[in-house]
Design a protein around this ligand. Structure first.
Ligand code: NOJ
Length: 509
């Protein structure tokens, strides 16, 4: 929202928000990711949409989130679930209209919820008018065309180059339907500044920048050379000539004053070699935050969590920015399945929500949803599936709300029978449900303040203090004694009140 021009409206609009309007809301925010296609279906056609998302805002306010991040809802052939945009300034008819978007933003703000939208600047859809022109031989310099391909591979498997009818090749780091834009061309830069302003003027509070490390490619597009196995993977860490090039930072230095003038934030989705490289994306002249994927990639193991927490906090401190934490998103198996149990997933969640910085939740994790691993192949839509056999469809199965108004009719991916026990409706009034656990955790989280201080603990146990709160995560094989008042535990305690394995607790003296 444009604070300077609309300040009265902003203050009134955020009346429902538990904390006063602050420029720093994002530093410890809980941001809830909505994958629009799978979140809530407002018109009963089996595809989630913006009307459905708006209907669920009161549910999200009750859950206690500070912001929502909407994955792409722009006009798109949906070759990659909407990360293939053919019109950056409109809503795909399957998701609604610009009017539906405006209504969503207005109602979110009235409930004190900020709205972050995805922006996809590395590539457009091949259906974008610019690419259609390029295919017709006009203005090819908006994309990366060459007479011969190099050895780069697509993140979705196979070569990153496709030949067009006149013999030239174009670069697509993802699917052939996602041609890479040429960020050396000033017209591309100007276009995205304009797109950013378009959504800022509609009231968004920030952007999640897709493939934020990808727009600039190394000079001369040098070959990567021989490697064992695949050259690149989604969420990979290898240094590559098409990722994390210095030039990409100029783009964010151009965007930052624009974001600042609206009081909006930028969050980088950047898969880079190390927390040091990630820290370069954030700070007062670039973006506000970057996803910390190391935490999401960590094993459910005390040592690996501790190492990543220490490293991430230290690097973020260097640039004076808070770090982010995430356990699940639309690209990765849900953490219930990765950790192999709901109990461990809830313990991981309690760890994440107690850490300094902001936390990103993925729609459905508050219901304890697991990955749907047995979708029939013919229903899978992830473009990577055809090329690599790997698929992200299982974490994109529509959210089970329950019966009546909340039900899906013919959801675009089928929901498994076992989710009948996990619907929001089934969990609503059960004090022991995962949904009520998340609600309690988000409420209590507001009481965490100050830096993290580790406490001595045996192998396999993580224990730290923040202010007067103590956090204990038991990943050992023995019970661990707790002291003080238990504010919240991720599962039942042992009969003597100690913390069983694979359980976490928040306590205070
Ligand atoms: C990262 C997004 O999270 C993922 O879903 C998408 O496939 C790629 N970027 C390409 O846009």
């Amino acid at each position: 929202m444009k604070v300077s021009e609309n300040s009265c409206l902003t203050l009134a609009g955020l009346a429902g928000h538990p904390s006063p309007v602050s420029d720093n809301w994002w530093r410890d925010a809980v941001v809830y990711q909505i994958y629009p296609r799978s979140f809530a279906d407002g018109n009963g056609d089996g595809t989630g949409d913006l009307i459905g998302a708006r209907q669920k805002l009161p549910y999200l306010a009750e859950l206690g989130v500070d912001a929502i991040w909407l994955s792409p809802f722009y006009t798109s052939p949906l070759a990659d679930g909407g990360y293939d945009v053919s019109d950056y300034r409109d809503v795909d008819p399957r998701f609604g209209t610009l009017g539906d978007f405006d209504a969503l933003v207005e109602q979110a703000h009235a409930l004190g919820i900020r709205v972050i939208v995805d922006i996809v600047p590395n590539h457009s859809s091949s259906a974008h008018p610019w690419f259609q022109e390029a295919l017709a031989g006009k203005n090819r310099d908006r994309y990366i065309f060459r007479d011969a391909p190099n050895d780069w591979e697509s993140i979705f498997g196979g070569p990153a180059w496709t030949q067009v009818s006149d013999g030239q090749w174009y670069l697509h780091l993802f699917d052939p339907e996602q041609p890479d834009l040429n960020w050396e061309n000033p017209e591309v830069r100007a276009e995205f500044v304009d797109i950013i302003r378009f959504w800022l003027d509609r009231g968004v509070d920030g952007f999640r920048i897709d493939v934020a490390h990808g727009m600039i490619k190394a000079d001369g597009l040098p070959d990567v050379g021989a490697r064992d196995g695949r050259q690149v993977e989604l969420l990979g860490h290898e240094p590559l000539p098409y990722f994390d090039q210095d030039g990409v930072h100029e783009i964010y230095r151009e965007w930052r004053p624009i974001l600042d003038s609206y009081g909006a934030i930028g969050v980088a989705e950047a898969w880079v070699e190390s927390p040091q490289r990630l820290a370069r994306y954030i700070g007062s002249d670039e973006l506000h935050q970057a996803f910390n994927f190391d935490f999401m990639m960590a094993e459910f193991d005390a040592k690996s969590f501790r190492g990543i927490i220490d490293k991430s906090l230290a690097e973020a401190d260097l640039v004076g920015a808070p770090t982010t934490w995430v356990l699940s998103n639309h690209d990765r198996y849900r953490h219930v399945t990765r950790y192999d149990s709901l109990a461990k997933a809830k313990a991981g969640t309690l760890l994440m929500l107690a850490l300094p910085g902001s936390a990103y939740l993925y729609n459905g994790e508050e219901l304890g949803l697991d990955e749907v691993l047995d979708l029939p192949d013919e229903l899978r839509e992830d473009p990577a599936f055809k090329r690599t056999g790997e698929s992200r469809d299982g974490c994109r199965v529509p959210i089970p709300w329950g019966t009546g108004d909340l039900a899906w009719t013919n959801p675009w991916l089928p929901q498994p029978e076992r989710w009948n026990a996990l619907t929001a409706q089934a969990q609503e009034n059960d004090p022991a449900s995962t949904l009520n656990f998340y609600r309690a955790a988000l409420k209590l989280r507001r009481g965490f303040n100050g830096p993290l201080h580790w406490l001595n603990a045996p192998d396999g146990v993580l224990a730290f203090k923040r202010g007067d709160r103590t956090v204990v995560v038991n990943i050992s094989e023995q019970d661990y004694p707790l002291t003080g008042e238990i504010l919240l535990a991720s599962g039942p305690l042992s009969t003597d009140g100690s913390l069983p394995p694979n359980t976490a607790a928040w306590t205070k003296p």
